[in-house]
Design a binder for this molecule. Structure first.
Ligand code: ADP
Ligand code: ZN
Ligand code: ZN
Length: 745
């Protein structure tokens, strides 16, 4: 109730809101008078309103509450409508920070961190649940209701019997039938929230038991304990650099336990839940109901339910993929970033945030310990965190022996030695994984007579042949067309397919190895949907022997017990990208595949064998990966990056302009470059470009890279340049799209 004696005009409250519009030019806060009933209902920072804005009605998030407005009273409009969802104030502040850090707008940032379905007002799914009343229990117990007048029918008696086991969803029995029993006072029917079925994940029976720790796990944990006891654990992140199979997950679990015991909450980020369900399964098995899960494969309804459990404090651990970094946990004590080298932590929409950077920020705000882990950590993380090393596999087994196979002059996708090794594997009834980071049948199709290459009509890239589906596809925009029978330019029917993708490899292996006891399975993005991929992994896991062929997905953190052979086809493919992270990626890919091999045994030779096929056998990343020498690799990378002025010794910002014509794109690129170079900032900002990029989705593109040792300066320069272009080239604005990428991958 309002304090007595104060006058109405002084008690009025003003909400300063962020209207949720995608328009780039709108970045400020807007004032609305809060209607008294909204004040009564507790409107505050993070509440969602519906306001009239620029002659439309828009949802808006309250960023501040104040008693004073700059606006003259007659121009102050009332906000009268409030939605159910409410964002914690910390997340509103985080959105504003996100907008600044990634050159976006607060509204766009809010769009990525609002609770799922908030604007559509998704509520918990409610269903009709039937249970027995006291009279119902008596009737069902004594004689099945035979004594009742009028007597119950057979189906009615069966329904009562079914409910003796506990409440059931009405629809599972028969709602009309239950309504009749309700009318007789035997059954009560109520709308109740049902937990949606949890995703199916295999949980090994031992998962719930805390494992006795190895010496290395113990010492890592001791250091984590010390870090947690510090006054400001948020200031000193830790990096768990442990070889594949060293038991990093167990360390996360114990660390989480310590934090929960202190009454604080835990955020666990994993790269892709569907591909690595065992991490989630272990957390659920250990901590049960207190775990909430968030990932993009879930329905909005289920995500909303998990969100509410976290916001309400019912769940105190959140395990999730990238966007879970915005989980509404309060008082976070620990943030784990598992497999921190994974590029899926970077979001490709606007804002192009990096969940690892956001995690570091939230850790500082909450005073939480940031614990990242990987067998192949990024040089950035090695540079910026204190490292805890785990050099041994928990089972005492050796890391696999890695052999480099020189592919120069060979045309078959598999080296003769790889074929022999596969044949051995089949004879021994073993399992193998083959990694080829290219899906489809062949890379491109060309005409044998005139040399025509089939290109995407919308992008400047070649179409990839998918034989089973009988189509060619653009892997950038999704364009598809039928496989041609002849060349439209010269009429020739001699069409050549170049290179091999996973589809062709699968086909060749199936033919070469025909054997019902040695199935060939394929895992890549063509396996539609998250469920399909999880099923393929399940099948491989359950099979006693066989081959799994696929793109980098096969090298994720799977914990297969019995894979004796790993093959990397075309290991230098990732090296050929003109990108300063090419080496890091190649090293990680080989090491991670080796990490799936030879787990689960200390017998001699149990470490397994990995064959790395390459056109470039002397490449540093490949040689060091073969020696399992991530220490030398990371040190060399850091030295090289320092010399070249790359991250972590500088911050890069990439701006891409897309326009109807190459000329338009370049003109805007030049304007951006001029503004960025002229920007007044304390530190020097180098401007590289604009340089043309290949066209995408029918739009010409060019890119500009800004670089500086001063992170704030380079971000500010990019923001100023984009703002200037957005306001000055108004004519071209609708046609020109700009995207800003801070810390591009
Ligand atoms: P990493 O993530 O380091 O590659 P994982 O955490 O997947 O390794 O652990 C590999 C396997 O070792 C898992 O099956 C795990 O249950 C098991 N494991 C972990 N710690 C121990 C331990 N102390 N004793 C026995 N087994 C363990
Ligand atoms: Zn031709
Ligand atoms: Zn295309």
């Amino acid at each position: 109730m309002a304090a007595s004696g104060s006058r109405g005009s002084e008690r009025r409250l003003i909400a300063r809101v962020i209207p949720l519009t995608q328009t780039r030019a709108i970045t400020g806060l807007y004032d609305y008078l809060l209607a008294p009933d909204l004040v009564q209902r507790g409107a505050g920072v993070g509440s969602l309103l519906r306001v009239s804005f620029a002659r439309r009605t828009l949802p808006a998030v309250i960023a501040e509450i104040t008693e004073r407005s700059e606006l003259p009273p007659e121009r102050l409009v009332s906000a009268t409508e409030m939605l159910d969802a409410r964002l914690p104030a910390e997340l509103v502040e985080l959105a504003v920070w996100l907008a600044g850090e990634y050159c976006s707008t607060p509204a766009r940032a809010l769009a990525v961190l609002l609770p799922p379905g908030a604007l559509r007002g998704i509520r918990e799914r409610r269903v009709l649940v039937a249970s027995l009343t006291a009279a119902g229990v008596r009737a069902a117990g004594a004689d099945g209701g035979a004594a009742l007048k009028p007597p119950l029918g057979r189906r009615q008696r069966e329904a009562l019997a079914a409910l003796r086991g506990g409440p059931r969803r009405a629809a599972e029995i028969s709602t009309p039938l239950l309504r009749r029993l309700e009318a007789r006072g035997l059954v009560s029917l109520e709308l109740a929230a049902t937990p949606r079925p949890a995703p199916r994940f295999r949980v090994s029976s031992t998962a719930a038991v805390a494992l006795p720790m190895t010496a290395e796990q113990q010492s890592a944990l001791a250091e984590i304990g010390v870090a947690l006891a510090r006054e400001r654990p948020g200031e000193e992140p830790l990096l768990l650099h442990g070889v594949t199979g060293s038991g990093k997950t167990e360390v996360y679990l114990r660390a989480a336990e310590m934090v929960l015991e202190r009454g604080r909450s835990v955020l666990v980020l994993v790269p892709e839940i569907a591909l690595t369900p065992q991490a989630l399964a272990r957390f659920s098995a250990r901590f049960g109901e207190t775990v909430a899960v968030m990932h993009s494969g879930m329905s909005d309804g289920r995500r909303h339910e998990q969100w509410s459990r976290l916001a309400g404090g019912d769940a105190r651990i959140c395990v999730g993929a990238r966007s879970a970094v915005f989980a509404p946990l309060s008082d976070i004590g620990l943030i784990v970033v598992d497999e921190e080298h994974e590029s899926s932590y970077k979001h490709e929409g606007d804002p192009r945030y990096d969940a690892r950077t956001v995690a570091a920020r939230r850790a500082r705000v909450h005073g939480a310990l940031l614990l990242s882990g990987s067998a192949t950590p990024r040089p950035e993380s090695v540079f910026g965190a204190r490292r805890l090393l785990m050099a041994q596999r928990v089972d005492g087994g050796a890391l696999p022996q890695v052999e480099i196979l020189d592919m120069r002059g060979l045309h078959n996708p598999l080296h003769p030695q790889a074929r022999l090794a596969l044949a051995d594997c089949r004879r021994a009834g073993g399992k193998a994984i083959i990694l080829l980071n290219r899906r489809g049948w062949s890379n491109f199709l060309s005409c044998g007579s005139c040399g025509r290459v089939w290109m995407c009509p919308h992008c400047e890239v070649a179409l990839v042949l998918h034989r089973a589906g009988g189509f060619m596809a653009c892997h950038h925009c999704g364009h598809r067309e039928r496989v041609p029978g002849h060349c439209p330019d010269c009429g020739s029917v001699s069409l050549a397919r170049h290179g091999a993708g996973t589809e062709r490899l699968e086909h060749e292996l199936t033919h070469a190895l025909v054997d019902e006891h040695f199935p060939v399975m394929r895992l890549d993005a063509d396996a539609a949907g998250i469920d399909a991929r999880a099923r393929i992994l399940e099948r491989f896991h359950a099979a006693s022997s066989g081959v799994l062929v696929g793109t980098q997905m096969v090298a994720k953190g799977h914990d297969f017990r019995d894979v004796g052979l790993g093959v990397v086809v075309d290991a230098d493919q990732t090296l050929r990208f003109p990108d300063f992270r090419a080496e890091e990626r190649t090293f990680a890919l080989i090491t991670q595949l080796a990490g799936r091999t030879g787990r689960g045994g200390a017998e001699p030779g149990a470490g397994g064998r990995v064959l790395v096929q390459t056109q470039d056998p002397a490449a540093r990343a490949i040689m060091l990966a073969a020696r399992h020498d991530s220490e030398t690799f990371v040190r060399g990378e850091l030295r090289r990056r320092k010399a070249l002025g790359y991250p972590p010794f500088a911050t890069l910002v990439r701006i891409v302009c897309a326009a109807p014509s190459a000329g338009d794109a370049l003109r805007v690129g030049q304007t951006l470059a001029r503004h960025a170079a002229a920007a007044q900032h304390p530190a020097a900002v180098a401007v590289l470009g604009p340089a043309p990029l290949f066209a995408l989705r029918g739009r010409a593109r060019c890119q500009l890279v800004l670089r500086s040792v001063d992170r704030e300066a380079v971000i500010a320069a990019a923001r100023d340049a984009v703002d200037a272009v957005t306001t000055t080239v108004a004519g071209a604005r609708g046609a020109v799209a700009l995207s800003v990428d801070v810390d591009p991958q």
